[in-house]
Design a protein around this ligand. Sequence first.
Ligand SMILES: CC(C)(COP(=O)(O)OP(=O)(O)OC[C@H]1O[C@@H](n2cnc3c(N)ncnc32)[C@H](O)[C@@H]1OP(=O)(O)O)[C@@H](O)C(=O)NCCC(=O)NCCS
Length: 171
Amino acid sequence: MLNIIPETYKEILTIRQLITQAFGQVKVAELVDIIRESENFIPELSLIAVENGEVLGHILFSQIIIETPNQTIPSLALAPLAVKPSHQCQGIGSRLVETGLSKCREFDYPVVIVVGEPAYYQRFGFQTAGQFGLRSSLSFPDEVFMVLELKPAALKNIAGTVRYPAYFQDV
Ligand SMILES: CC(C)(COP(=O)(O)OP(=O)(O)OC[C@H]1O[C@@H](n2cnc3c(N)ncnc32)[C@H](O)[C@@H]1OP(=O)(O)O)[C@@H](O)C(=O)NCCC(=O)NCCS
């Protein structure tokens, strides 16, 4: 049975290896290590998918700021999501996203931002962020910059810039 549970220090090396395998490069795994040491890390929102004691996937939601003309709004960024290559396309990524989003709803954040493949993230309710008046401090094609409201109409009065911490810049 597949369980989605928070990471512990015991899995950190395994997570690093899994992310490196999934992305074919070490930079994304290094990003997770940096976020883990930052003030934006939320331990309950770094989740692993485990089956028979084996870590098969990982997802991380970390704090990010949306700046509007009159306020800064703490929100969440989904990044990265990785499934062990030998176990992809078996629903593990979807379980991580769905369980992760329900955990996010237990916190008081209005939205989750993701930069990713629309064909994948639309199925979880993510929509193009630009249509809500959100811009990004980093430059992405419009269609990959997406947002999901964690509460109904959460974005109604939020139009502004998603301010990516510097550590996202090189990935
Ligand atoms: C993307 C990823 C997390 C998906 O996890 P998964 O467990 O393989 O996916 P699921 O089994 O939940 O979903 C499978 C569906 O996703 C689609 N899919 C998988 N990877 C995709 C991608 N990169 N782009 C678009 N669709 C993708 C499959 O075609 C399949 O579609 P279907 O349901 O219409 O048949 C996984 O393939 C992965 O780790 N890829 C490498 C790292 C990466 O690109 N991460 C995402 C960016 S943060």
